[in-house]
Design a protein around this ligand. Structure first.
Ligand code: SAM
Length: 238
């Protein structure tokens, strides 16, 4: 998978290819990152990428032309994938969409907004999908693009052990159960006995129970969805 990112702050998305699982996946050849600065596609002395909003109001708006020329250059460079932009007004990213994008293994182009956002005419003509990463406002789309890249790349086949991904929050319809590591006793707090005694079935039952409890407490909406999809057994319901 090839991902091209359009950003005024190239140093931010570059980190994704340098750290952890996403860096290892790049080294394995599972994906490749290219970063483009729309300032390079401006033709005035100040390399202007933004201007005041029509109709007044605070802040600046990213101009359509430098972004359009950047996408044209990315297309000419061979990326034929979908174009994504980021905004609080977009569709909230979820595990299902992440998995779809990873399984499709299609190239992507990610356009990071800054200021008050991007000229709507660019969004209408060049962008296929607008993604929000939550109900809050960030200073720019870079972190949202990094969230999308991280979430998708770790689901590419071979990026992490298949079992880890299928066992994680949301994949099971529930949130994750708590985890513990050595030492067995830390500051007077002991690891739950069931995890120490090594009885596989008991560990499985405990993990399921804790996942159900965490989900019911923190995200009761997910329990309802899991129930409607018949993901809960009679034992779970107890
Ligand atoms: N004027 C916009 C509004 O009220 O919705 C906020 C613009 S924000 C300061 C600048 C950029 O950050 C946006 O164009 C978008 O790319 C990004 N951004 C901010 N919050 C976001 C979120 N929750 N999800 C995805 N992108 C976000």
């Amino acid at each position: 998978m090839r991902i091209d990112v359009v950003t005024l702050f190239p140093q931010m998305p570059a980190l994704i290819a340098e750290c952890g699982i996403t860096s290892r996946a790049a080294k394995l050849g599972l994906w490749q990152l290219k970063i483009w600065n729309p300032r390079k596609f401006t033709h005035d002395a100040h390399r202007t990428v933004d201007d005041r909003p029509f109709g007044g109001g605070p802040g600046m708006v990213m101009m359509a032309e430098p972004l359009a020329q950047t996408i044209d250059a990315i297309r000419a460079d061979g990326n034929r994938g979908r174009v994504f932009a980021f905004a609080p007004s977009g569709r909230t990213l979820c595990d299902e969409r992440v998995l779809e994008l990873a399984e499709s293994d299609e190239d992507m182009i990610l356009v990071c907004g800054r200021y008050e956002g991007i000229d709507q005419r660019f969004l209408d003509t060049y962008v296929d999908e607008i993604i929000s990463i939550g109900d809050y406002v960030l200073s720019g789309g870079e972190l949202a693009a990094m969230v999308l890249m991280d979430a998708v790349v770790r689901r590419l086949p071979g990026a992490i052990k298949e079992l880890s991904a299928s066992d994680e929050s949301f994949s099971t319809g529930l949130l994750d159960a708590p985890h513990y590591t050595r030492p067995e006793e830390w500051r007077g707090m002991k690891v739950p006995e069931v995890l120490v005694n090594g009885h596989h079935k008991h560990i499985q039952d405990w993990t399921r129970k804790m996942a159900l409890q965490t989900t019911a407490t923190n995200r009761p909406d997910l329990v309802k969805i899991a129930r409607s999809k018949n993901l809960l057994s009679e034992e779970d319901e107890k």
